[in-house]
Write a protein that binds this ligand. Structure first.
Ligand code: CAA
Length: 259
């Protein structure tokens, strides 16, 4: 598919999704959110893609939803835009492949929320995070009121959202919003290294782990652990389980086939 505001590139077993509207610091207008939706469908349908990296062009990751587009919205248009963002970011969160956000610069509002819909966040030393919405007279609208607290805890999420303040990468690391901070020139390589470490493992087991974690987090512990037992059992029907354990016993390299 052809895109105007994003770039979707394949590199071996990885898909690299770059938000590419650098003149507007990669702000998300509805066209860009719709393109991300299309890219996610492409990635989901491509069995050769085993992991995804999301990043931004230029000095920004994503500086939020597009304020120029939202400025004159009425409540019907606001709700429609919020639902679009939430639908697409939920699709990203539920994508059955691991997704790493390589946060190269501003990750504000919808940008912070985009990174939160990814499984893992890595940041460059130049990254800045924040939920500035209340300073614009709105609430976070693409999942920020829900996912930020799940990642950094209620107190920290409320402080960030109520104050609308921006934090630097080292503070984001300290509060557990990002898993690592790297020099800007190394960020993408580090994200690829992490993605390649993940894809060296059995893809079905990684995928099922993601589904079990995401489902379990919204259930009571009995339902969640019962679901874990189901997917754990299901793994024993895969060729890769036999390969992984046989290779261990035979003390040889594993050769996973995603089967
Ligand atoms: N929407 C639309 N345009 C944006 C934008 C946004 N979120 N963020 C930046 N831009 C545009 C600017 O208007 C500017 O355009 P022009 O060159 O045409 O004037 C261009 O990008 C460059 O921006 P700045 O000149 O402001 O760059 P800077 O380096 O001085 O400042 C910044 C960078 C601190 C990130 C500043 O641009 C900023 O504060 N941006 C807005 C951040 C924000 O409030 N995001 C939340 C949006 S609301 C939201 O996301 C709701 C939701 O939850 C879904």
């Amino acid at each position: 598919m052809e895109y105007k505001n994003i770039i979707l590139k394949k590199e071996g077993k990885l898909a690299l999704l770059t938000i590419n509207r650098p003149k507007a610091l990669n702000a998300l207008n509805s066209e860009t959110v719709t393109e991300i939706n299309g890219a996610l469908d492409e990635i989901a349908a491509d069995d050769t893609v085993l992991a995804v990296i999301v990043t931004g062009s230029g000095k920004s990751f994503v500086a939020g939803a597009d304020i120029t587009e939202m400025k004159d919205f009425n409540s019907v248009e606001g709700r429609k835009f919020g639902r679009l963002g939430n639908k697409v970011f939920r699709k990203l969160e539920n994508l059955e492949k691991p997704v790493i956000a390589a946060v190269n610069g501003f990750a504000l509002g919808g940008g912070c929320e985009l990174s939160l819909a990814c499984d893992i966040r890595l940041a460059s030393t130049k990254a800045k995070f924040g939920q500035p919405e209340v300073g614009l007279g709105i609430t976070p609208g693409f999942g920020g009121t829900q996912r930020l607290a799940r990642v950094v805890g209620l107190g920290m999420a409320k402080e960030l959202i109520y104050t609308a303040k921006m934090i630097k990468a080292d503070e984001a690391f300290r509060i557990g919003l990002v898993n690592g901070v790297y020099e800007p020139e190394n960020l993408l390589e580090e994200a690829k290294k992490l993605a390649n470490t993940i894809v060296a493992n059995a893809p079905i087991a990684v995928r099922m782990s993601k589904v079990a974690i995401n489902r379990g987090i919204q259930c009571d512990i009995d339902t969640a652990t019962a679901y874990e037992s189901e997917v754990f059992g299901e793994c024993f029907s895969t060729e890769d389980q036999k390969e992984g354990m046989t290779a261990f016993v035979e003390k040889r390299e594993k050769n996973f086939k995603n089967k």
